[in-house]
Write a protein that binds this ligand. Sequence first.
Ligand SMILES: *[C@@H]1O[C@H](CO)[C@@H](O)[C@H](O)[C@H]1NC(C)=O
Ligand SMILES: *[C@@H]1O[C@H](CO)[C@@H](O)[C@H](O)[C@H]1NC(C)=O
Ligand SMILES: *[C@@H]1O[C@H](CO)[C@@H](O)[C@H](O)[C@H]1NC(C)=O
Ligand SMILES: *[C@@H]1O[C@H](CO)[C@@H](O)[C@H](O)[C@H]1NC(C)=O
Ligand SMILES: *[C@@H]1O[C@H](CO)[C@@H](O)[C@H](O)[C@H]1NC(C)=O
Ligand SMILES: *[C@@H]1O[C@H](CO)[C@@H](O)[C@H](O)[C@H]1NC(C)=O
Length: 228
Amino acid sequence: MWLPTFYVVLLFNIFKTVLCQFTVANGIYSFGYFNGTSKAKLSNVLDVLRPQTGFSFRTCMDHGTLFYQRNIIGDSITLKLDNGDVIFSLQSVVDNINTSVSYEGNFNNNEWIHVMFQHNSTTDQGSNLYLSIGNHTNLLYNSITDPTIFNMEFSESSVTFIGGNEDPNENFNGCLSSGPYFNFQAYNGTNVQWNNCPLLNTNICGPRCNDSVCNNGSCIATNTEISC
Ligand SMILES: *[C@@H]1O[C@H](CO)[C@@H](O)[C@H](O)[C@H]1NC(C)=O
Ligand SMILES: *[C@@H]1O[C@H](CO)[C@@H](O)[C@H](O)[C@H]1NC(C)=O
Ligand SMILES: *[C@@H]1O[C@H](CO)[C@@H](O)[C@H](O)[C@H]1NC(C)=O
Ligand SMILES: *[C@@H]1O[C@H](CO)[C@@H](O)[C@H](O)[C@H]1NC(C)=O
Ligand SMILES: *[C@@H]1O[C@H](CO)[C@@H](O)[C@H](O)[C@H]1NC(C)=O
Ligand SMILES: *[C@@H]1O[C@H](CO)[C@@H](O)[C@H](O)[C@H]1NC(C)=O
């Protein structure tokens, strides 16, 4: 499902406004660099059922968790990069279901990719929750046919991470920027360089690891270079 062009333009303008406000107040950061060993636990909760909420990421790397939220009973929502694609997944203990939606694309192209949850209410056909990754928009759930997410409660007792989840091997490597109704009120950020994004210095990505590049020895890639 595609958004009408004017609406995409509107979304972009909202994000542009947000991206230009690189201000810091009281531990509310607007953007930061995550180096692959970083993540930040937020003190605020993301409510994806607001009319619009989102953030942006920028990376050259294939994998990593962008955002993770779990409530006290173990229900969770996760957004991660996998092979350059983006996967949204939901795990509900109460309803005993796990679902996921994939967005295929080269989202690890060192451009700002905007993530936007959009919750549209209608009356007799329930409400719809959409998720846009860049210019790809999918209907995630309808409140009548797929009510799980609409019944999940993420309150102050929930755990919210950006740039990682509870598994240390899933960390993101790149930049994250706050967006509409998604402040980065971080406490307990580990190795995050707030108000810095070295990827802004270049529009291209460095070389990528493959079998031949290190004579089949182990290869470590960062966003800008590789080392053997
Ligand atoms: C959902 O995933 C979790 C974690 O991988 C697993 O423990 C659980 O059994 C799964 N539930 C269903 C219904 O597949
Ligand atoms: C959601 O509702 C708004 C306002 O009614 C509309 O402009 C927008 O196109 C809708 N979004 C989707 C994905 O249908
Ligand atoms: C979506 O974005 C890609 C890459 O930025 C671009 O090539 C493509 O034309 C865009 N599609 C639409 C429908 O805007
Ligand atoms: C932050 O980390 C400290 C020390 O590791 C811990 O005591 C504290 O509970 C953490 N705060 C939150 C909100 O997780
Ligand atoms: C392996 O990576 C190097 C450096 O990025 C590149 O020059 C080369 O073409 C790649 N080889 C293959 C088979 O992808
Ligand atoms: C690296 O591995 C590939 C395939 O696994 C093999 O074809 C190639 O000869 C190896 N190169 C070296 C330098 O060992």
